[in-house]
Design a protein around this ligand. Sequence first.
Ligand code: AHG
Ligand code: MN
Ligand code: MN
Length: 360
Amino acid sequence: MPLSGRSTLTQFLIEERRRFPDASGDFNALLLDVALCCKAIARAVAFGELGGAMGNHAPESGGSVNVQGETQKKLDVLSNDIFIRRTEWAGHLAGMASEEMDVPYQIPAQLPRGKYLLVFDPLDGSSNIDVNVTVGSIFSILRGPDTGRDVTEADFLQPGTRQVAAGYALYGPTTMLVLTVGTGVHGFTLDPNLGEFMLTHPGIQVPAETQEFAINASNSRFWEAPVKRYVDECLAGKTGPRGKDFNMRWIASMVAEAHRILMRGGVFMYPRDTKDPSKPGRLRLLYEANPIGMIMEQAGGRASTGRTAVLGVQPTALHQRIGLVFGSRNEVERIERYHAEPEAVAQHNPLFTERSLFRD
Ligand code: AHG
Ligand code: MN
Ligand code: MN
């Protein structure tokens, strides 16, 4: 343990940078600041009830609600503040955006401004906080204006293919940081003795085949036909069209589901459904779907809306929601195929079969 031979995150980033002799070092410094945010949030989360940061934010005034209409937890707000405070000072950022802020965050006038945009979900799965289940932080780095001007919402509306880095931290039995800078996906485990992220999972690859899926089945009555078909076929098991039994998981922390899928394969679905026509999906494109999408694609998996690659979607709003399916490539492609095959859907839907209402 004292001399494990593993690289630290700092060493890993410096070695990556050597391949770009002109790089200024800003990018690495920003990533190290983000890693520090994650370490600080990991500590806040780990203290639980003892830290006095459990429960809802501002309960004395009836609780606070974010732009998504969700009740904010104290730890949502604290984690958001940690991200801002630990990254705004250094001169690497042109601006930031987060789940917990209605509009983009401007780097204060007295601080230097840089060329990157940081977009984040400070605490994903925060409904799990009070029951001591794994949560995490998700982040995406984009290029922004480098003129020092204020940022606008339009600056952030870039498709996921334009991300220069993406990652997440997981606050579970161990704290991990999983990162891509466009050269594969690498996992680091926090060594609590050193306070350093150590490279423990280089070159992570999502297994292409799987027998595990994750979806919130309480929404099944709202699912579209291709999703219903896919899940029905999984549930039919060995004697069904897939010819094998499937297992199901639902943690309700997307970041934890993404990590499980990176480690052992699987498919995650929070598809577009008919529950609330004003919401085209549950998860947010810029700080949930895109960073997890880049990680999946960089690990040989796939991320899709069900119909098209998530990373190719042109965002139209900062807090835009989207249907999301990601994980083992073969399964995601199968789900996309089901969306593209109207005849197969019709066959599967009893309303369209032989003696149905919709056949003449
Ligand atoms: P957040 O805590 O950042 O608002 O995100 C929660 C998300 C995601 O992590 C999870 O997959 C999903 O919400 C769970 O939704 P359900 O409660 O509908 O299962
Ligand atoms: Mn989230
Ligand atoms: Mn969140």
